[in-house]
Ligand binder design. Structure first.
Ligand SMILES: Cc1ncc(COP(=O)(O)O)c(C=O)c1O
Length: 395
């Protein structure tokens, strides 16, 4: 099929929930992808943070190939070796003692919310309310949409699950004053991805941890986008010297395969009892084999330290652009999760970059978002910055 035929078929048969870019990606390898028309692109959005070890990493391909010849799926009626191994691996590298597996970020957050409410239901006075942040993003289900502190995603879908309140990001005082007698948890992203690459400041996240301890409520961190090495630490919470009670992961964990994970301390995880929660595909052996391969690659290729180093280099290069172009307001982020705020909407720059062979995207209207794979090399960064400079010079 050629590009036009694919687009025609999509327009006819796929529900129009996405405003798609007219590009059909046919093949990917490492930090590059190729369109149906044969054109090569440098991929600096990597499937919105999913392809963190690049496209079709041989370790992940090998793991999937091996497992598909052995067992695809068997359900959670039975014990699954790879699910148990992946759970152990995740607990070994994080604060957590127990793990629940699902298929996406929204599903991982749903499980986190349910677990927090189950914890709340067992307190002396029933607690159910969760405080989330303005400009947050937690998913598209009816509950996670309500947890998301951006009303633009919510229009037309109410009534929503009750029990959410929003507080301004990085405003500890407001969070404190939002806590009621019914609050069971505070939920937030250490680095807001969809909301414009906003980084939690040290005092804020440390203060939230203290506040949760003082009030006897839970701290839930959504590391769906910022977790697993992206920020230059394996988990973003490590930058702050604190630990959450519950954390969610998804996007990059299975090297491009769908996965969601909800991790918790034993004292919280134990509130879930058999029958309380489930997901048909959660812990799927093929997906878990891909995730184990992903973790191996991240460790063996020292990608977390690499993300910190290359992130610093990338930001320095972007700062040079800021000096050259007065329409760049700010550059912010952590590691290889970087936002470049413009004084105008970024859609045009995104389109022109694509024309010139660089894939990026724009979030919160005017923030260019860079999520290159962690395997990116300095020469790839140089190439991307060269394209950006060329495109910006034309603005
Ligand atoms: C921080 C965060 N949480 C949750 C989600 C939802 O993940 P999914 O689209 O896999 O449901 C996203 C997706 O962008 C996200 O960035």
């Amino acid at each position: 099929m050629n590009k036009e035929e694919v687009i025609g078929l999509d327009k006819k048969y796929v529900m129009h929930t996405y405003s798609r870019i007219p590009l059909v990606i046919d093949r990917g390898e490492g930090v590059r992808v190729w369109g149906k028309d044969g054109k090569e692109y440098l991929d600096f959005i990597s499937g919105i943070g999913v392809n963190a070890i690049g496209h079709c990493h041989p370790e992940v391909v090998g793991a999937i190939n091996y497992q598909t010849k052995k067992l695809f799926h068997c359900s959670n009626l039975y014990y699954i070796e790879l699910e148990a191994k992946l759970a152990k691996a995740l607990c070994d590298i994080s604060f957590a003692d127990k793990v629940f597996f699902s298929n996406s970020g929204a599903e991982a957050n749903e499980a986190a919310i349910k677990l927090a409410r189950k914890f709340g239901s067992k307190q002396n006075v029933k607690l159910y309310e969760i405080i989330t942040m303005k400009d947050s993003f937690h998913g598209r289900t009816i509950t996670t949409l309500k947890a998301t502190g951006q009303t633009k995603y919510q229009h037309g879908f109410g009534p929503f699950t009750p029990g959410f309140r929003y507080a301004p990001f990085n405003d500890l005082k407001s969070v404190r004053s939002s806590i009621s007698d019914e609050t069971c948890a505070i939920m937030m992203e250490p680095v807001q991805g969809e909301g414009g690459l906003n980084v939690a400041c040290q005092d804020f996240l440390k203060g939230l941890r203290q506040l949760c301890d003082e009030k006897g409520i839970l701290l839930i961190l959504d590391e769906v986008q910022c977790g697993l090495g992206r920020t230059g630490k394996l988990f973003a919470y490590e930058h702050y010297g604190i630990e959450p009670d519950i954390m969610t992961l998804a996007k990059p964990l299975a090297g491009g395969m769908p996965i969601g994970v909800t991790l918790a301390k034993e004292r919280i995880a134990s509130f879930f009892e058999p029958g309380n929660h489930a997901s048909t595909f959660g812990g799927n052996p093929v997906v878990c084999s891909a995730a184990l391969a992903f973790l191996k690659v991240v460790e063996e290729e020292d990608l977390v330290e690499g993300a910190r180093e290359k992130g610093e280099y990338f930001r320095e290069e972007l700062e040079k652009l800021r000096e050259a172009f007065s329409f760049i307001k700010e550059i912010r982020g952590k590691g290889l999760m970087i936002g470049l705020e413009l004084t105008f909407p970024g859609k045009g720059i995104v389109e022109e970059c694509r024309e010139d062979g660089l894939l990026i995207n724009c979030t919160a209207e005017n923030v260019l978002r860079f999520l290159p794979p962690l395997i990116v090399q300095k020469k790839d960064i140089d190439e991307a910055v060269k394209i950006l400079r060329r495109v910006m010079s034309r603005m």
